[in-house]
Design a protein around this ligand. Structure first.
Ligand code: ATP
Length: 584
């Protein structure tokens, strides 16, 4: 609903101008009987509620023009209680209409005879004129409201822009920046205020926005290099077209590694390994856990050594999850699984046109994708020597260059490398760079083989039994004595990976509710334990038996219990709880 109060000032200006030109007085009243404008005797009563006035009521109620040339005697004045005090000699009134609704009254007033004569002489012409003035006032209100709506829309747009994570930039048709949101300012490390009105090419020399405003081109997820920070962004840019003319362009920006992370999140579930989900309470594993926590906050390079299948990758993931980088990417690459020729481009990426061949677009490498996070270089011993030099340079300079690229990109990545190879021997044979070895080995971690932490076997078997019972919808409750002895006796050269495979194999083969020795992989079966009178135990019973055997090896003193707890890989409090539970 049009509200004349919002434009009181311009309406008063119109009223004064009309009064001056026509030599009659003017008043404008809204539907709440507030005087919006007035001249002559009414000039001092603007903004006031007027006395009950039957003339105005009639105009508003009947949407009709009224001319009174003989106030007090006119029938419209008859019910008016103030008619004897009325100073008007004549009044010509018309409703002010907005879309057929009355929003006020426009009146020409005569306070003396010459004015009255003007009104009487030119009634029709003046009526036409004040109707047009009424329409002008309404269009002014509409314009004012439109501007107000635009102002609100602009505020809303700014709030929306500042609440999205993507950087947003808008330019006018000359390429001058008109809008930049908070994320953009943070992304390119600039003050938002300092960006306004600057030519966009000063900030981003290769910005596709320039093509958008000159040629009307649109770009979706195009890579753009930002030299000031040596960073790569993905931009989506569109021209703003109005009345078939390019009025400017809008672009969004995202750090490339964020986009890659998004793809990874959708294609592979994020594996968040926490230290407490790693099975095994052996002293060696407890020691390792302590070290992981101690070094998690550092950004120094870590080299994890240990036999294949001991859990090196798990430890690397736990280190990442416990670090301040946990919300950024953990990118793992197995250096031995990728052919030498591809490894370089996998690690460092390549630029558009780096390879001959059809339309190869650029691609970020694993280092770029891990920006802000962690890269896990598994089987680093298998890294070809020429790439070792490149990795070393990356470690030292913290920049990478894509294949076929001419620009370097800053990267902030924590490197965790792992190997089961004797790097020291490889160095003496010239197969591994000594300088790289020292650079990697800043924080050495060692994951012991399973045969050196036998006490972890039972908890691991329990863990994998739970997993495969669920997966295969089985109800295997335990193992036969012989099968369990075979599992404990075995050397586990393939470590935990091999143990898991053995459990999975047995769960596939076994038809009863207990795993018998015959269901284990052949290499585990131990003829020494063969007997016709095999007994079966649940995992709980096996645990009880196991604890009993260990307890018997040590004296019953507190010190003896401590030793037993150490060997079992559990805390002393847990041991006491188990002794009570199993009545040992
Ligand atoms: N402590 C553990 N608790 C539960 N599962 C484990 C544990 N350690 C290893 N595993 C499992 O064993 C398998 C091998 O672990 P991982 O890949 O981390 O070993 P690795 O030492 O990196 O092996 P490789 O040297 O062959 O790359 C994985 O499936 C992992 O989930």
């Amino acid at each position: 609903m049009v509200n004349l109060l919002h434009i009181q000032e311009p309406v008063q200006q119109i009223a004064t101008a009309i009064s001056t030109v026509l030599s009659v007085d003017v008043e404008v009243v809204n539907t709440e009987y507030i005087r919006i404008a007035g001249t002559g005797k009414y000039a001092h009563h603007i903004g006031e509620k007027i006395k009950l006035n039957h003339l105005h009521q009639k105009v508003i109620a009947q949407k009709k023009d009224v001319f009174i040339s003989n106030p007090r005697e006119h029938e419209s004045c008859a019910p008016c209680p103030h008619k004897d005090l009325c100073e008007e000699c004549a009044e010509l009134c018309t409703p002010i209409l907005s879309e057929d609704m009355v929003v006020g009254v426009f009146g020409l007033v005569a306070f003396h005879e010459p004015q009255r004569k003007i009104l009487i002489r030119q009634t029709n012409e003046l009526l036409t004129f004040i109707k047009q003035m009424g329409a002008l006032i309404v269009s002014k209100v509409n314009e004012e409201e439109y501007i107000n709506q635009l102002r609100v829309a602009k505020e809303q747009l700014t709030v929306i822009m500042d609440s999205v994570n993507e950087g947003i930039l808008a330019v006018d048709s000359r390429g001058h920046i008109t809008h930049a949101n908070d994320s953009l300012a943070a992304l390119i490390n600039h003050q938002k205020k300092g960006l306004m009105h600057r030519p966009v090419h000063e900030i981003m020399p290769d910005s596709p926005m320039l093509h958008a405003i000159t040629k009307g081109n649109s770009y979706i997820n195009k890579e753009i290099y930002y030299p000031e920070l040596k960073r790569q962004f993905l931009t989506t840019t569109r021209p703003i077209i109005s009345n078939q003319k390019i009025m400017g362009a809008v672009a969004t920006f995202r750090p490339i590694e964020e986009v890659e992370q998004l793809i990874l999140d959708y294609t592979e579930p994020r594996i968040d390994i926490r230290l407490n989900t790693i099975i095994g309470r052996s002293p060696a594993m407890e020691e390792l856990r302590k070290k992981v926590l101690q070094f998690a906050t550092s950004s120094s390079t870590v080299l994890i050594r240990g036999e294949s299948g001991t859990g090196k990758e798990l430890i690397a993931r736990a280190l990442h999850s416990a670090s301040p980088r946990k919300n950024k990417s953990f990118i793992a690459i197995n250096c031995s699984a990728i052919p030498d020729t591809l490894l370089e481009s996998e690690l460092f990426g390549y630029d558009e046109g780096a390879f001959t061949g059809a339309n190869r677009r650029g691609k970020p490498g694993k280092f770029e994708m891990a920006h802000g996070g962690t890269i896990f270089l598994d089987e680093i011993g298998d890294m070809p020597i020429h790439l070792q030099a490149k990795i070393l340079r990356t470690l030292q300079e913290k920049v990478i260059e894509r294949l076929g690229g001419h620009t370097s990109l800053n990267i902030d990545v924590r490197i965790i490398a792992a190997t089961n190879q004797p790097l020291e021997t490889m160095i003496s044979h010239g197969e591994f760079r000594e300088d790289l070895y020292y650079r990697l080995n800043v924080i050495p971690l060692y994951v012991p083989p399973l045969r050196e932490r036998q006490e972890d076997i039972l908890p691991l078997i329990e863990h994998f039994s739970g997993k495969y019972n669920k997966l295969f919808k089985k109800n295997i409750q335990g193992f036969s004595e012989q099968a369990f002895a075979a599992l404990l006796d075995y050397d586990w050269p393939g470590n935990i990976r091999e143990l898991e495979n053995a459990v999975e194999y047995a769960f596939n083969i076994e038809a009863s509710n207990y795993i018998r020795e015959e269901s284990l992989p052949i290499k585990l079966r131990n003829s020494e334990h063969k007997s016709n009178t095999d007994t079966f135990h649940t995992l709980k019973e096996l645990e009880k038996k196991h604890i009993k055997t260990v307890l018997e090896k040590y004296p019953g003193s507190t010190e003896g219990k401590k030793q037993a707890a150490d060997v079992l890989g559990i805390g002393i409090a847990t041991l006491y709880r188990k002794i009570k539970e199993y009545e040992l």
